[in-house]
Design a protein around this ligand. Sequence first.
Ligand code: ADP
Ligand code: MG
Length: 735
Amino acid sequence: MIKLKNVSKIYYNKGVIGTGFSKVSLEFNIGEFIAIIGESGSGKSTLLNVISGLDTYEEGEMYINGEETSHYNEEDFEEYRRKYVANIFQGFNLVNSYTVRQNVELVLLIHGIKSKDAKEKVDQIIKDVGLWEYRNKRVSKLSGGQKQRVAIARALAKETPIIVADEPTGNLDQESSKQIIELLHKISKNKLVIVVTHNYEDIEKYVTRVIRMHDGKVVEDKNVKEYKAGTLESTEHFKMSFASKVKLAFRNSFNIVGKLLLILGVFIMCVSGILTNIGGQIKGKYDTLNQGISFIFSNQNPKRIIIRHKDATQITKDEYENILKLSTVEEIVHNDIKLDSVISLYREEDDTYIDATVNNIEYLDAKIYKGRMPKEENEVVLMANEDDFFIKLFANDFLDKDIYPIDDRYNEYNIPIKIVGIAKTKEVSMNYKIYGSDNLNEKLSDINSIKYGSAIITINGHVHNNSDEDILILSEKVPKGSIYLREEYESECDKNSCLNTNVKVNVKNIYTDRTEDFKVTNIINKKNLKSLLDMSDYDDLYGYVFMNIDDYNRLNNTDDYQSSVIVKNVDQVDKTVGDLEKMGFQVLAIKNSVDFNSSDLSKIINLFNIIGSLISFVVLYFISYFVIFLVLKSRNTYFAVIRILGGTVKVCRELINLELFIQSTISFAIVLVLGYLFKFNIIRFDIMSGFMEYLKWYHFVIGYIMTIIMSQLIARRFSKKIFKDSMITTYNMEV
Ligand code: ADP
Ligand code: MG
């Protein structure tokens, strides 16, 4: 039985000592139905809590079946509560967000009964307490009397030999009180029932013994009725199964929608924070790559792969078709020299140039902040860095006015171009970019193909090797297939006459190397310069050879010797490179052409990135912790209930861990789904899709692991906080 010998409960509260009760000696037996009465503050509740093992005592000794308990630690009392005691409170202490069934089931799960086996018992008990029709109602929707029935059902389910009820009818009306007392009596057979009450009359007819307390002391203790004494036997109980814990964790995750949304919100913020951090770092590397580390390729689009044949032969139509069949390929830029060539746009009025690379308008991925999108074939959008001072100042001067491209030789071409819109980018680049129609780009690339060549002119075995612009002058006045030589070359030919001899012209650039024979059809001298070529300044033209522009373009034409394949996503570059190599191409991925990682600067940048990530991880952790703490704080009551029912702190901890694990996993899944919607532009959200492009599967694994670590750290910290105080303190704080 339970025996108290000179037991005192002393409170230490901020240096002030108070007494719950003092020097109480009592003995309780199975079969008794005891009423404890006494005015408010006399120590009744404190006594019940000590008897229930919910609270500790400071002096004396309590015996359970003869065993001393003064050396008991929290775990011993947990076991005692589970084996022997069921509590009923004035404030019910139910889980309000659970249904009647779930509340009753909770006890059985905590006691290690599998949910499947518990069902029948739960239903039977609910019938016994007369709540069958409310079995699937949430407890928060029930009346006080019904709630107390649920509490009694729960005590019944626990099947303990001791039932302790602290003013069970205190919150109930007369009628409900009567029913509850009767119910209590009904279940009291072969049990020890201790009831604290203010309405002794209600309970009188069932009571076998009355104890009156006053000022922390027992002042009266009398038996009023015979009872059949039994022995104190513990209930059977098992460890709570993992499946039950998971089941509860799921239930707790979802049963309060508002709470769920808040926690998901926080975790979604964390997950996106972590993923954008990873994505941002990788993107940052590519952006650096975009900032012109390589001086060979002005267009350093990381999605660009350059292809050509090893022997510099043409790429055939069939080959292009096969490339386009690859699922990863977005487009092919034929003759990709235009991607890398810079066009100079010239404005006569103020003698200014803009150097720009030429791009397809379809791939403009920045917002236009001045002007509009092109409508006509000759209209373009100019893209400049957002901090570009020149464009900021002169944007209006350029907008909507014709400007003309010029080549390296300062030849102006009669292709009027109109800048109709200006877009901003964060990218830093050596040149501006213009975005225009395919047709315009084609024309501009023709201008470009004239550049960067070297020419070798062989006259009767005499070799003149020079950069093309120093030896060739291109003119429409020279007929196709012909060459005009200046008179100073005459000495190199037989009989000092070059007219009608053949001259070899070889044009070479980084893409091509071609030679053709041309017939000398005119010798240029001071007299015929004007009439034949419409030129003056005879002296300035010393040493030049004149040829037709189209002839030159044909020799210099790089069409289809080298092209660029643009993939849809950066993370597809490596795979596509493999595919293209299998097709027999010589392949260079721009992304891989810049060895950024090995530089010292990159090491420093990497270090800063890691530090930055850590800081943001810590910041995210604290923000999340505080929000989740506030949300979970309301759960103190829940865990107090679990513990009152005999659940251990360990079980509570595991429930919190599991719950946050489930919620963070759901959040991760949501971010993943959203991310893919962004990535494939099903939902447009440029910043996110920007990051998503750079993430590979293992980044998601890292992100997930980091999320789980974070959620478990939060769970740990939370458990530490809420289980720091003894359970009854937590409980009292809440009720
Ligand atoms: P009753 O249930 O008979 O109304 P209690 O057992 O609640 O009385 O309280 C008995 C005495 O112990 C009261 O003087 C009360 O102020 C004191 N007491 C109860 N709980 C605490 C506590 N947590 N800290 C300090 N004093 C307490
Ligand atoms: Mg009380």
